[in-house]
Design a binder for this molecule. Sequence first.
Ligand code: T3D
Length: 262
Amino acid sequence: MEDLVILTTHEGWSQVTLNRPDRLNALNEPMLKQLTGLLGELAADSSCRAVLITGAGRAFCAGQDLTDCVPGPDGPTLDLADIMERLYNPLVLLLRSMPKPVLCAVNGVAAGGGANVALAGDIVLAAYSAKFTQAFAKIGLIPDCGGTWLLPRLIGDARARALALLAQPVDAQQAENWGMIWRAVPDADLMMEAETLARYLAAQPTETFGLLKQALAASATNDLANQLDLERELQAKAAKTPDFTEGLNAFFDKRTPRFSAS
Ligand code: T3D
């Protein structure tokens, strides 16, 4: 089978590269299946403590492959609601719920679903030349892949609405200034910075990070009292991990902790 997604395994972390550069890594059904399958395996693989996602070539991802959306003689080739239910929505939920950090290194344009898949990462780095585009309105669609949920939370309602309505690109520096992403970096430094972060994250308390992601996910719907209850519950779990013991020992020994739980 063609490698529409490339897996590169490193000590403690894995890189997933979207690999249809001639189509700006636009997503089609086989690619979505490979991507979700691979991420599912990495989610369950205890030797993988952080995941880095990037794109091959000059783009991160141009969203849905629009050639699959062109109606044929028998009607639309692609049932949009169906592919969202089967593939896009589980992909976004997996990125958010995976019990380990997901880092996105946005190396070029991220458009439509490609932008929102990138923004679903826990930490998003982007090259100065990268652009984020809610391209949907230009083809008569609404933002999906979590765009209507993520954007207002990341950049506020006014900016989210304008971006969705105007479909204007946001460059990496602006995205950083607005808090849409973690950092914009020079193009030449992107992968070095991303790999440094991935290595750092892989050496951190992975099991606890899974709990942290649960807490952050629940904060979207919890009131403060419920969130405090959840924090107490999850903190009790974190405190039972060997990494808490190791973290305390390392603190008092004045040394770097060697975290191992996953
Ligand atoms: O189905 C569902 O509802 C599920 C969810 C879908 C979510 C979505 O993602 S819907 C939104 C889909 N994406 C878009 O609307 C973006 C379309 N692409 C663009 O607007 C532009 O290509 C970019 C802004 C991304 C980049 O522009 P530029 O000028 O750098 O490159 P280009 O020349 O437009 O593109 C280069 C090639 O890639 C070109 O092919 P060619 O002419 O060299 O043969 C172009 O057609 C192709 N390409 C780019 N994006 C897509 C694509 N081919 C298929 N699908 C694409 N999305």
